[in-house]
Ligand binder design. Structure first.
Ligand SMILES: [Zn+2]
Length: 220
């Protein structure tokens, strides 16, 4: 059964990453076109769309034009599999909410990695779905987290408003100890990223929130 959750996790992560890419760069083909290579426009066969396996089998390149593919898809699919395994460990009643919050984070992390942007509109469907599954909303801790992070946003522009809105959504559905632990873990990952990636560009923060959420799923 855990293999099933792993495979579903990789498929969902692959779908959400591809959806984020299409919404950003090819919104008119979102519902219409099949997946294709961005470089040679070759329509991909089903065996070129298998999460993780296709990327590894093709050596990280398009099979037709040998253009190198972004490793973001592979990383996302691996993490999706891990998220699936962690959700499998949860009691059945908690799994839908954890799945929706994970999906929201995967989608927003992909958006943030591709274009360093996050729009509130994209959070609405995930927020509505999570609202339907949640047994309890944590208004007080969500308010406290939002005031703190909005103050941080105004004081230093490093934290985007989109990040604050996403964290507000998470804080509404996670217990106070979970959200503070998640933020702490995300900041630790961001610090490691800052030390090891050594890039001068502003780094997206949502991928670190995603990692923080996965660590939270392990400990809570
Ligand atoms: Zn190609």
């Amino acid at each position: 059964m855990c293999c099933f959750y792993f495979i579903i996790g990789t498929c969902w992560a692959s779908f959400l990453t591809a959806s984020a890419w299409r919404l950003l760069y090819q919104p008119h083909t979102f519902f219409a076109a099949r997946s294709y290579c961005e470089n040679c426009q070759h329509v991909l066969a089903f065996y070129e769309l298998i999460p993780m396996i296709s990327f590894l089998w093709q050596g990280g390149k398009c099979r037709h034009c040998r253009q190198r593919l972004t490793p973001l898809f592979l990383i996302g699919e691996c993490l999706g599999g891990v998220a699936g395994l962690l959700i499998y460990r949860l009691p059945l009643v908690q799994q839908p909410l954890a799945g929706i919050l994970s999906a929201c984070l995967f989608f927003c992390a992909a958006m943030d990695c591709f274009e360093n942007c996050l729009m509130p509109l994209w959070l609405l469907p995930f927020g509505a779905a999570a609202f339907c599954c949640a047994a309890h909303l944590y208004w007080l801790s969500a308010g406290a987290v939002t005031v703190l992070l909005y103050g941080l946003h105004c004081w230093h522009n490093g934290l985007g408003l989109g990040d604050v809105e996403l964290i507000l959504l998470l804080a509404l559905f996670l217990t106070p100890s979970q959200i503070w632990f998640l933020l702490f873990a995300a900041c630790c990952f961001a610090l490691l990223g800052f030390l090891f990636l050594k890039t001068k560009q502003q780094q997206p923060f949502v991928p670190y929130l995603l990692l923080g959420y996965l660590i939270t799923l392990i400990y809570f």
